[in-house]
Design a protein around this ligand. Structure first.
Ligand SMILES: [Zn+2]
Length: 458
């Protein structure tokens, strides 16, 4: 039995699929106008842990992730510049080039983090027709209305609006920004389709509803999730900042169009903090995977760090915590590299592991179990290795491909290591020590294990 915290009910619920073992999972993906940072990595890693836990439990998961490449306005608001067009202007590129450039980096980072690839990665600009169709239905059904700058969703027609975020319509009205478009029927109404401003020539715009325009940010997720996962599906993930307004709007649009419950379980990752503060460019604590790599860390060190925190707790990133994760991961890797053969998966430990991960994705407890088992004298090293490989289907630390790590060691060092191994075979200890010093001068250290020499960066 898998238990998950559902934002919609604010309780931990038993996971029940809608029908059978095939389930749908939708993840709100990146807005590709800038480099993705470690906060994004944290959020997408949670979706990856969720998917892997479901798969480990025998479910077949269809994972869909969108890519926002149009319509996401600055401050997530209804007015202001499109993030893509703004970035394009600042960097002297086209919006299409910007989208392609940052999407490629994002996808490469996903690979580095060993995130399973969604079966469907869909761009908003490839689904304009589907979005227009949805807006048409909402207009026909009386859930939407047109004003001078676009077509809006009438939140007063959807009484459940605010249920996900726990906001009542009244509190939302009071809390609404002072700068409200006076043409809107309700302050909480949100844009479905925006018209290009008079005299403006956008790079991304389409003809619909009699003029040029572009989709609002929320409608893409309704249109694409329904297209690929059906009108009702099981799971939807995002960061806690997506709860309101984005996911609240998705529910309103989708259920108004289909008349059916949209998503069963909503899971949200809490913000990642850096040195106890929210990440921001002005504080210069905005780190990307490339920044980590420049300091000698691997994206998998970050993944290990993510495993030490629960997705609903506030993870505080510090360089010390990443360093500790790196050291722990190396210890784990070395342990595995030191065992030649694989035995059998230990049933007792497997059961305990399942219990931990099924308890609302308690990865820190699952990771603690890894170390508990490694220390357990009643389990053979071979069985530990087999069990760890099995668990890695969920942990995703790429334990089966550890040899790859050596590829990052410069050729010069690798040659010295080989030379040293020959010296050791010949019991030429002084030569062996001499070579060890040479390797150390190049910034590496050698450890001798029963499985041979292991080289690590110092
Ligand atoms: Zn979304």
């Amino acid at each position: 039995m898998i238990k998950l915290y559902n934002t919609l009910s604010r309780t931990i619920e038993e996971f029940k699929p809608i029908k059978g073992k095939n389930i749908g999972l939708y993840t709100c993906g990146p807005t590709v106008y800038d480099y993705d940072h470690i906060g994004h990595a944290w959020n997408y890693s949670m979706a990856d842990f969720l998917r892997r836990v479901l798969e480990y439990n025998g479910y077949k998961v269809k994972h869909v992730m969108n890519v926002t490449d149009v319509g996401h306005l600055v401050h997530d608001a209804e007015s202001g510049e499109d993030k893509l067009e703004k970035s394009a202007r600042e960097k002297g590129k086209t919006a299409w080039e910007i989208a392609e450039f940052f999407l490629d980096i994002y996808l490469a980072n996903r690979k580095k983090l060993n995130l399973e690839e969604p079966q469907v990665i869909c761009k908003a600009t490839d689904h304009i027709k589907e979005m227009i169709k949805m807006v048409e239905i909402l207009l026909d059904k009386g859930y939407a209305y047109e004003i001078s700058d676009g077509i809006y969703f009438d939140t007063s027609k959807f009484p459940k609006y605010g249920r996900l975020s726990g906001n009542t319509l009244e509190s939302l009205k009071e809390g609404a920004r002072i700068e409200i478009n006076p043409e809107k029927k309700n302050p909480t109404d949100f844009v479905l389709w925006k018209f290009s401003a008079a005299g403006e020539k956008r790079q991304m715009e389409w003809e619909a509803f009699g003029k040029m325009g572009f989709p609002g940010w929320h409608i893409e997720c309704s249109a694409m999730s329904i297209k690929y996962l059906g009108e009702s599906f099981e799971l939807h993930t995002g960061g806690e900042d997506n709860i309101f307004p984005h996911h609240e709007c998705e529910i309103a649009q989708s259920e108004s169009v289909t008349g059916k419950p949209f998503v069963r379980y909503w899971l949200h990752t809490r913000f990642l903090m850096v040195d106890g503060q929210k990440m921001s460019k002005s504080l210069k604590n905005f780190y990307t995977i490339a920044d980590l790599e420049a300091k000698g860390f691997s994206a998998l060190d970050l993944r290990y760090l993510f495993l030490t925190a629960h997705y609903r707790s506030q993870l505080n990133f510090t360089w010390q915590s990443l360093d500790a994760a790196k050291i722990a991961r190396e210890r784990l890797n070395n342990f595995i590299l030191g065992i030649k053969k694989k035995g059998k998966v230990n049933k007792g430990y497997k059961e305990m592991f399942l219990e931990k991960i099924n308890e609302d994705l308690d990865m820190p407890q699952a990771l603690a179990l890894v170390w508990q088992m490694i220390k357990d004298k009643n389990v053979s090293d071979e069985d530990k290795k087999a069990t760890l490989f099995d668990w890695d289907k969920v942990l995703g630390l790429d334990l089966a491909n550890l040899k790859k790590v050596n590829i990052e060691i410069p050729k010069e060092v690798q040659d010295l290591v080989k030379e040293r191994e020959v010296a050791r075979k010949n019991k030429d200890w002084s030569k062996s020590d001499e070579l060890r010093d040479k390797i150390a001068e190049l910034g590496f250290m050698v450890e001798d294990t029963s499985a041979g020499s292991i080289v690590k960066k110092k």
